[in-house]
Design a protein around this ligand. Structure first.
Ligand SMILES: [Zn+2]
Length: 242
């Protein structure tokens, strides 16, 4: 059934994707969205996968692969960590990624990023990382990072394709269009480096009022909406030019 629906979805919401080659010509920054245990590591919490999930594992692997490339080149990386105060809920989600717990830490494959000089880490307590970068004085850490590094393109990976990744991409595109993010031009979403969670409709029905969230479908829809808003969606990221 899901396979048939995927076929229909791809027919009616076709997503054209190009491969992307990293080269030193473009000032590019890597943005990693919430590659934390609470969303990625089996059994780590309320919103973590309950069993091995291929899409999530691939997203983690690709995040680690590209993070290594960026660190070798000393190119800038901006890594979000979902991180909540225990007394402040985030509806409609159950408690997750409480600050100071393992859930809000980067996954083991990315822990080493915390000690790298080219990496900016940002704990955020909301879905939209762009808003999560707002400081009390009105400044925005992400805008500052783009300007300080004179970034012209961002490559976005992470979880969830249709939630935190999508909201961050949409807000960033709006901010760019309003002139807040100069010199940023391109927002590039790597489909194979993104993942979302899986709650098939048959399982959702057994959970009362849970909203079904079939992984492949919602991943595709998230990418499709990102592209519709002006992001570039790329099918692979290679480094073969250097
Ligand atoms: Zn959260």
């Amino acid at each position: 059934m899901v396979l048939e629906v995927m076929e229909l979805l791809k027919e009616h919401l076709p997503l054209t994707q190009e491969p992307f080659v990293l080269s030193g010509d473009l000032n590019i920054g890597l943005v990693l969205v919430d590659v934390v245990n609470g969303f990625c590591t089996v059994g780590a919490g309320n919103l973590a996968p309950k069993q091995h999930n291929e899409q999530i594992s691939q997203m983690v692997e690709e995040s680690a692969r590209l993070a290594r490339v960026f660190c070798e080149k000393k190119w800038p990386i901006f890594a979000f960590r979902d991180s909540h105060h225990p007394d402040i809920p985030e509806p409609p989600y159950p408690p997750h990624c409480i600050a100071g717990t393992d859930e809000s830490k980067l996954v083991p494959a990315l822990q080493w990023l915390e000690n790298e000089a080219n990496v900016t880490l940002r704990c955020k307590d909301c879905i939209d990382g762009f808003l999560g970068c707002l400081e009390k004085d009105g400044s925005n850490i992400f805008i500052d990072w783009v300007k300080k590094n004179q970034i012209k393109g961002i490559l976005v990976l992470g979880i969830c394709t249709d939630i935190c990744v999508l909201d961050f991409v949409c807000s960033t595109l709006s901010a760019r269009n309003r002139g807040f993010l100069s010199p940023l031009e391109d927002v590039i979403v790597y489909s194979g480096g993104c993942a979302t969670y899986d709650l098939p409709v048959a399982v959702a029905k057994t959970l009362g009022d849970a909203i079904a969230h079939p992984q492949e479908l919602m991943h595709h829809v998230g990418l499709y909406i990102a592209r519709g808003r002006g992001a570039k969606v790329v099918s692979e990221v290679s480094t073969k030019s250097f």
